[in-house]
Unconditional design. Structure first.
Length: 164
């Protein structure tokens, strides 16, 4: 926390909320054999496939905000579980394309349903998923996520010892 503000910083609150929601989603999708990160991957892949896209691991990493190496690791685990298939991109032999298997689609539909119910519960303090406060909150989050970050300067003395 900063000495300038008497309460928690926005960064701390966002971090706490993200952790709270991650734990809640982890618990909700564990019975389906998924982790929160795996759910993020298969749910994103499900949405992309519905629009006719067969994304590469890199494209899925960009979409989810996960590191490409982590997406590769998750994809291998999901492939071993029979939920996705990984194939070489015919246009770029270095790229790997991902697609949900039939089993993966079924599990993902179940997981999406479970997480949608959880989301309603988590957003209840704002009035629920369809409430005006939720729409405003979502717009504010999008604004923060869309803002570009300046390149970091790890050895800049002005930022050393400063909390997020």
């Amino acid at each position: 926390m900063s000495k300038a503000s008497p309460g928690p910083t926005p960064g701390f609150l966002v971090w706490r909320l993200a952790n709270k929601w991650r734990v809640a989603v982890d618990r909700a999708v564990t019975p389906l054999g998924l982790t929160h990160a795996q759910y993020s991957l298969v749910a994103s892949l499900y949405g992309m496939q519905r629009t006719g896209e067969r994304p590469s691991q890199r494209r899925l990493a960009d979409h989810t905000g996960l590191e490409a190496l982590y997406v590769s690791k998750l994809a291998r685990a999901l492939e071993s579980a029979g939920l996705i298939e990984r194939t070489r991109d015919p246009r770029d032999p270095r790229a790997v394309q991902l697609a949900l298997t039939e089993q993966g689609q079924a599990v993902t539909r179940q997981a999406i349903s479970v997480v949608q119910e959880l989301l309603q519960q988590l957003l209840e303090p704002l009035g629920g998923r369809d409430a005006e406060r939720t729409r405003v909150f979502t717009d504010e989050l999008k604004t923060l996520l869309d803002a570009p970050l300046a390149p970091s300067r790890p050895n800049d003395e002005s930022t050393q010892g400063t909390p997020p």
